[in-house]
Design a protein around this ligand. Structure first.
Ligand code: FBP
Length: 548
């Protein structure tokens, strides 16, 4: 591996740990827990892992076993900065408990467990990846672990390798699967524990016990740097409007955080669009009016932040996508053999309900084609492939033309589209993510040594300095509710969308009209890894607002 000077310098960075994790750890049990909703259903489905107490770690005498064990690690789903530090935290924690402990990485995501594709992690391997971005140490994948046959095969492979515990590092869907696996192994008395770790740049795996998912901090800082650079370019050349789509799947946490960091002219929040029942035309009118106001001040430039999942939150589009999902699932074979996009659109239009078909027909062909692309393994539309920024540019352009005719607008509109997503998912973790991830991993090692299963590693109090962070374990069943998936009610971890009564959204609302017409851009610049703590260790604005 050829290393950059930064990578070499980062190898010697020692992630900060909560004070309670630095020496011997005592476990303090809280009260019995309940799921966030549908308690009776969840309890019935998870009789062995429901209702367990929250665990807090404190300095004190440990009761953990130091018997030599084997542990298997799995990275699941999309990459997020800091995954390598979760692994190094687990590795160091387990080796400290007993240097004879063996740590295996299953390759290419959950599929590696079933296919018995693994590598043993040793100092040589782990040391190369400390404080680096990416998931390339063992790779990731999106195979769903949901069938008993997969669980049994996984168990057989664990037994053959002497694995006593698995750690699944993933988002809400992967941790839901981890919980199902924990329950299955516990019920069978199989002797394999399962622990989860909260990962996703999307920031939608959070609740009262998980303040943020790892990777969100770094990814938002990377996107904010890029947005700031674009804003500075826009403010220098004064000739373009930049429409910037940001990853985040359904939730708009990334867009909201980046807006708080950079103060753009327009920020669309999907959750608000849905709550206000806004149509696509209303969103276009909102943007076009801001363009016109700025033009009246002589400012024919600006920035618009668009969340990746927007189309799914526009009520009419949501209906269309839901019908399309069912239709494409039921007619998969027929659709797959159709060669041209036009024939595909015709096939689909004839099968959609009348109301929804008229929405589908009103869309530009290129956009309608994108809505028909393959779904992901969880049945979700792959929103990263839908070019909402281009659709909005075209529609705003058309609206401004009409406004010009009506004498309501006299400016010039020239626009550039951008999509930021993959640029941030494998960035070198910020100090926050490097420390947070290492602490999450270290916490997981203690949960394992304490014989726990069905728990997610939790590190809280994140706006304080790292030594005051609170580490422990949260039962995954506590985060669950019942939701419809593929036509059936399933237990799943409740996804956290942007709360319109939450402090970060309120902070945006309080300032966005000012930012719209008056250019008040902030240029955050690149992540700093070395230097004063107030520059290098800052958490996200979202965490700061939420902790006020
Ligand atoms: P996870 O939910 O698995 O963390 O993935 C997040 C994400 O980066 C989304 O923001 C994005 O929509 C999706 O992955 C893209 O998936 P893929 O990597 O398969 O293109």
């Amino acid at each position: 591996m050829i290393k950059s000077p930064l990578q070499i310098a980062r190898e010697s960075y020692s992630p900060k740990l909560p004070a309670a994790l630095k020496g011997s750890v005592k476990i303090v049990e809280g009260k019995k827990t309940e799921s966030v909703a549908d308690q009776a259903d969840i309890e019935k489905l998870f009789p062995n892992t429901y209702g367990m107490p929250v665990l807090n770690f404190e300095e004190g005498d440990s009761t953990a076993s130091s018997k030599a064990i084997g542990v298997g690690l799995i990275l699941s789903g999309g990459q997020a900065p800091g995954g390598h530090n979760v692994i190094s935290g687990i590795y160091d924690g387990l080796k400290k408990i007993n240097p004879e402990n063996k740590i295996f990485g299953f390759l290419g995501g959950p599929g590696g467990l079933v296919d018995n594709d693994y590598v043993e992690l040793t100092d040589d391997v782990v040391d190369h990846y400390r404080n680096t971005g990416g998931f390339d140490i063992i790779g990731s994948g999106r195979t769903k672990l949901e069938e008993e046959a997969q669980f049994d095969k996984g168990l057989e492979n664990c037994k053959a390798l002497g694995i006593d515990a698995l750690v699944i590092i993933g988002g809400d869907d992967s941790n839901t699967n981890a919980c199902v696996l924990a329950e299955y192994y516990k019920q069978k008395d199989a002797g394999v524990q399962v622990i989860g770790c909260p990962k996703t740049i999307d920031g939608d795996l959070k609740n009262e016990m998980i303040e943020t998912s790892f990777g969100f901090d770094t990814a938002c800082k990377v996107y904010s740097e890029l947005i700031g650079n674009i804003q500075r370019d826009a403010n220098s050349a004064k000739k373009y409007w930049h429409f910037i789509k940001l990853m985040g799947r359904s939730a708009s946490h990334i867009g909201l955080e980046c807006a708080l960091q950079t103060q753009p002219n327009v920020t669309i929040i999907s959750e608000e669009v849905e709550a206000k029942n806004m149509s696509l035309d209303e969103i276009v009118d909102y943007i076009a009016n801001i363009v016109a106001k700025r033009a009246a001040n002589g400012d024919n430039f600006g920035t618009v932040l668009i969340p990746e999942g927007l189309v799914e939150f526009i009520p009419a589009m949501k209906k269309l996508i839901s019908e399309l999902n069912d239709l494409l699932a039921h007619h998969e074979a027929e659709v797959n053999v159709i060669e041209t996009n036009k024939e595909k659109r015709d096939f689909v239009v004839n099968k959609l309900s009348e109301e929804v078909a008229s929405v589908f027909k009103s869309l530009p062909n290129s956009f309608a084609n994108q809505l028909m692309l393959d779904r992901d393994p969880h049945g979700n539309v792959q929103v990263s492939m839908i070019e909402t920024e281009k659709l909005l540019i075209d529609m705003v352009k058309a609206k401004l033309k009409k406004m010009k005719k009506a004498g309501e607008y006299a400016g010039k509109f020239s626009a550039q589209g951008h999509f930021f997503g993959y640029e941030g998912r494998c960035a070198a973790p910020s100090n926050f993510d490097a420390d947070y991830c290492y602490s999450l991993g270290y916490t997981a090692s203690i949960l394992i040594a304490e014989g726990k299963t069905g728990y997610m590693s939790s590190v809280r109090n994140l706006t304080a300095s790292a030594d005051q962070w609170i580490a422990g374990g949260v039962p995954v069943t506590m985060m669950m509710n019942m939701e419809k998936r593929h036509g059936h009610m399933k237990p799943v971890i409740q996804k956290a969308l942007v709360r319109l009564d939450g402090a970060p959204f309120k902070a945006l609302v309080a300032q966005r009209d000012d930012w719209a017409t008056n250019t008040k851009y902030v240029y955050p610049g690149p992540i700093q890894y070395f230097g004063p703590s107030e520059v290098c260790d800052l958490p996200t604005k979202t965490l700061i607002e939420e902790s006020k």
